[in-house]
Design a protein around this ligand. Structure first.
Ligand code: NAP
Length: 294
């Protein structure tokens, strides 16, 4: 293979990409396709067996020369997120691509041992903390991209302004909690893109489509499981669901695009609330207080 044909088939050669939730669903396909394009992929998974199975599956699909690091982390706890960020910082001088993909659709109200509602902790606080803790590595890359997997569910979201309100059993609904966390993903991305203006780091987010994955699982409410099973025939495969994540993480077309919400590899309209600068700035301050990350 000549040097030019190798760079055409491996456009991400020399780049380091971290994908959270790489053990299954959209994250596994995203990690696989970034590895196929030549990136060294840091797979962040919480379950060692599922993580190893995913790594083996990617090797089998891409080839034995795929460069895959597996880091274990339950992202629902900020202490773990800090340990993960420390490990990544120790191992890598720079990070070219960060895909905040891991997420849950919560079941009954669960408060983590650090005092946060589980989906808020996993879907938003971990994203906020990990991204900010890895910013020095991202800023050290010649050009870096942050991609966060949100959802059209954000249209129904609202941001509670206190932990107490979010954790109140009488107000809790798993559906609302999920929507709120996905709204936070978009508000976080637009504030982050604003703060990274004039740097070579971009931040975008996306809706992957309705994707047939394990997002709604045995822990979900019977109503949610019934709705999910009814919708399954109309859902797209994880391969298709990962396309926009892969596009934002790797396509030259979006190298300098930042602060946008994508669907089907195109920028699309997000809710008015998600685009409010004052609300995004307020969420940023709230997230700083709740994570202790500046
Ligand atoms: N599926 C859809 O229709 C849809 C629609 C809109 C948005 N999304 C978003 O797409 C993203 C990926 O979801 P998916 O549909 O691919 O679901 P999935 O198959 O359930 O994958 C979720 C991934 O996140 C990981 N994860 C969950 N909690 C974690 C934790 N505490 N620490 C570390 N990893 C954790 C899971 O690990 P385990 O393997 O250990 O469970 C899994 O790898 C999520 O952010 C979701 O909100 C999905």
């Amino acid at each position: 293979m000549t040097a030019s044909s190798e760079s055409a088939s491996s456009p991400l050669r020399g780049k380091i990409a971290l994908v959270t939730g790489a053990s299954g669903g959209i994250g596994l396909i995203t990690a696989r396709e970034l590895a196929r394009r030549g990136a060294r992929v840091v797979m962040v998974c919480r379950n060692p067996e599922r993580g190893e199975q995913a790594r083996t599956a990617i090797r089998e699909a891409v080839g034995s020369d795929a460069q895959l690091d597996l880091l274990l982390c339950d992202l629902s706890l900020l202490a773990n997120v800090r340990t993960l960020a420390g490990e990544v910082t120790r191992r890598f001088n720079q990070l070219d691509i960060l895909v905040n993909n891991a997420g849950i659709f919560p079941g009954p109200l669960t408060i983590t041992e650090e005092g946060h509602e589980l989906s808020w902790a996993t879907n938003h606080l971990a994203v906020f903390a990990l991204t900010n803790l890895l910013l020095p590595q991202l800023l050290a890359a010649p050009q870096a991209r942050i991609v966060t997997v949100s959802s059209e569910a954000h249209w129904l979201g609202e941001i509670e302004q206190s932990t107490e309100a979010r954790n109140a059993p009488e107000k809790y609904s798993s559906f609302t909690a999920y929507c709120d966390s996905k709204l936070a993903n978009i508000m976080f991305t637009s504030e982050l893109a604003h703060r990274l203006d004039l740097t070579k780091v971009t931040a975008n987010c996306l809706h992957p489509g309705m994707v047939d994955t394990g997002l709604v699982n045995t822990g979900s409410s019977p109503l949610m499981k019934a709705m999910w099973w009814t919708a399954r025939p109309f859902m797209i495969s994880p391969e298709k669901g990962a396309r926009t994540s892969i596009y934002l993480a790797s396509s030259p077309e979006v190298e300098s695009v930042s602060g946008k919400y994508f669907k089907n590899r195109k920028p699309t309209r997000a809710s008015g609330r998600s685009q409010s600068r004052p609300e995004a700035a307020r969420l940023w301050r709230l997230s700083q207080e709740e994570t202790g990350v500046e």
